[in-house]
Each structure stands twice: as C-alpha cells, then as structure tokens.
Design a protein around this ligand. Structure first.
Ligand code: PLP
Length: 329
C-alpha cells in the first residue's frame, strides 16, 4: 500500500501505543484484552479524527484553502479535532453543528463545544431537522463569492481520502502485532460515520491481512451500518487499490448497544465506562467508546472468545464528551 502520492500533514502522535489490560481481562475472564490508544493522538486532546485530518488537511493545504468547514453533532469530537488542527495550521475553521433535542445545559457549553470555542472556531448551531450538509455548501458558496478559498470536510471526516488515515493505522497495527508477537483474534471499534472501520478494513485488505474488525454501532441498524462501512472501505480502496472492492463478508457490525439512539445512555454503556475507569484508569466516553466497550463485554460474556485469544480494543477517543454528559454515566 503506497500512501506517498497523497499530501499529508503530520498532526497525530504516531504510532499510538498498544497496552495490555490485565485487570479488565481477569474480570471478563475469557480473553486477553489489549487497547490501542488512539485516544492519545495528542493534538487538541486527541482522538481518531486526527488520522483522517492528516490527509484531508493535506489536500486542503495543497489546494490553497484558507477556511475549513465541517459538520457534526454539537458535541462532535471530529469538529473539535478539526478546530484544533486548524488552530495549529493557521486556517479559519467554521463548524456547523446540530443541537440535540434531549440536551441539558452542560451539553451546550462544556466538553467539545467549550474546546471548539477555545480553538477559535466559528460555531453555527442548527436544529435537528435542518440539513447540515446544505448549510455547509451554502456557506462555502458565500465564502467563495467573497474571494475566500473554503474546503469542506464531510461528517466524521469519512470519505475516500480521510479513510486513508485508518488504512495507514491498519498497517501500524500489523507492524505492532508482529513486534509484540501477539496474534490478535479481532479488533473491536465504535462505528459512526463508518470511515474508521471502513479504512481499517481497506488497509488490512490491501495489505493481504485477514484480521477481523468488529464494529459496534452507535446509531442505526446493523444492515444500515454494514452498508455504510462497506461503502467507506470501497472509497478508500478506490484510491489505494485493489479496485475490486472489499469482500462484503469482511464487514461485521453489531447493533445491540445502540439503545434509544445516538448519544442516548444505556446501562451496558455505564457498566463499561465504570469498569474501564475503576479497573484500569482508562477513560471511555458515553457516546462512542463506552458503547463499543459494552459490545466487547457482550461478545466476551457470550463465550465467543477462548481464554488464550487476544482481542484489541481500538480506543477512538471522545473523553471530552464525559464533561458534556455528566448525568449519562
Ligand atoms: C467519530 C468517532 C468514532 C466513529 O468513527 P467513524 O469513523 O465516524 O465511524 C468513534 N469514536 C469516537 C470517540 C469518535 O469521535
């Protein structure tokens, strides 16, 4: 896999470490558990989106952009990492964020929203019914009419280019697994806009590796999310080859942790957040990684893994969200 043709700006502190979780493994009793610390990519409190932004902002800079626009939920980790990267690169940043209807006060002012403002981004808050994408396109047109050079990033930074960040992460995991002498049985990761899981699958496939990646959906149904992840994997493969697309059987998503929907707390998420924090000092978030880890616990308890199998939980970040949803955990 040759990523050298794609302009890339180094933003994340890489490689992120892989650490053992002995006390969680003992508690779950049926597997050897490891965590890949993509919550510790550094810039702006870190998270998975920085890997995608290395390629997306590489293109923005190559095109001479002066303003970066993106969309997300009001507590979007992607928006926060975009704002931090723009601060570092001296680019203007405009965020179009959707307010959720069940939000309570810390949600509007704390967590990611607080950091967005500190990083100097301009926030436009739209309500749930409005199309964020249309608002972004209209704003980009207005900026262009003023002689500015806008660059638009889709939700979650997921597209063929952004997903290359996770194709590169797949190579990183394969190299670390060889170095550590650990043959992981599976990777478990939260899946939302689909580019993290899709990029990982694309990178593994392009590298000839068969390591399974299980996505834990935080919204939507299994069928919807699998279609989205397959599409995101294919968008990445269209850039790096093989152009044939990912074999569909490799896309595996579970949807048993969604609960009432995006950012809605569940008892299993709470248990996962408390177990990781109290047994390992590992901070998960209520929206993504708490539900993803709950999915891993569900798989472990179902007897899916044998005690000698090693599992890799990809911690995708999101801890600032804890301070926006204190009542959720
Ligand atoms: C965005 C995000 C995800 C999901 O990644 P996608 O590429 O959108 O599927 C998972 N965890 C956290 C913390 C995130 O911010």
């Amino acid at each position: 896999m040759d990523l050298s043709p794609f302009p890339r700006i180094r933003l994340a502190r890489l490689p992120t470490p892989i650490e053992a979780l002995p006390r969680l493994s003992a508690r779950l009793g049926s597997l050897r558990l490891f965590v890949k610390r993509d919550d510790e990519t550094g810039l702006g409190l870190g998270g998975n989106k920085l890997r995608k932004l290395e390629f997306l902002l590489g293109e923005a800079q190559a095109l001479g952009a002066d303003t970066v626009l993106t969309v997300g939920a009001l507590q979007s980790n992607h928006a926060r990492q975009t704002a931090a990267a723009c601060a570092r690169l001296g680019l203007d940043c405009e965020l179009i964020l959707r307010r959720s209807t069940h939000a309570t006060p810390p949600y509007l002012a704390n967590g990611n929203a607080l950091l967005d403002r500190l990083f100097g981004a301009c926030l436009t808050i739209v309500d749930a019914a409005a199309s964020r994408e249309e608002a972004m396109t209209a704003r980009a047109d207005a900026l262009r009419a003023e002689g500015r050079r806008p660059y638009c990033i889709p939700v979650g930074g997921s597209n063929g280019l952004g997903n290359l960040g996770y194709a590169a992460c797949a190579e990183e995991i394969l190299a670390q697994s060889a170095l550590l002498g650990i043959d992981f049985a599976s990777v478990v990761v939260a899946t939302g806009s689909g580019g993290t899981q899709g990029g990982l699958l694309a990178g593994l496939y392009a590298s000839g590796a068969t390591l399974p990646v299980i996505g834990v959906a935080v919204e939507g149904t299994r069928a919807e999310q699998e279609a989205l992840v397959a599409q995101q994997a294919d968008l990445a493969l269209a850039r790096i080859g093989p152009g044939s697309g990912l074999p569909r059987a490799r896309v595996r998503v579970i949807d048993s942790q969604v609960g009432a929907g995006y950012a809605r707390p569940t008892p299993a998420m709470r248990e996962a957040v408390h177990l990781a924090a109290s047994l390992e000092g590992l901070v998960l978030d209520p929206v993504y990684t708490g539900k993803a880890f709950a999915g891993l616990i569900e798989l472990a308890r179902s007897g899916r893994f044998t005690p000698d199998q090693s599992m890799l939980f990809l911690h995708s970040g999101g801890s600032p969200g804890l301070f926006a949803y204190p009542e959720s955990v």
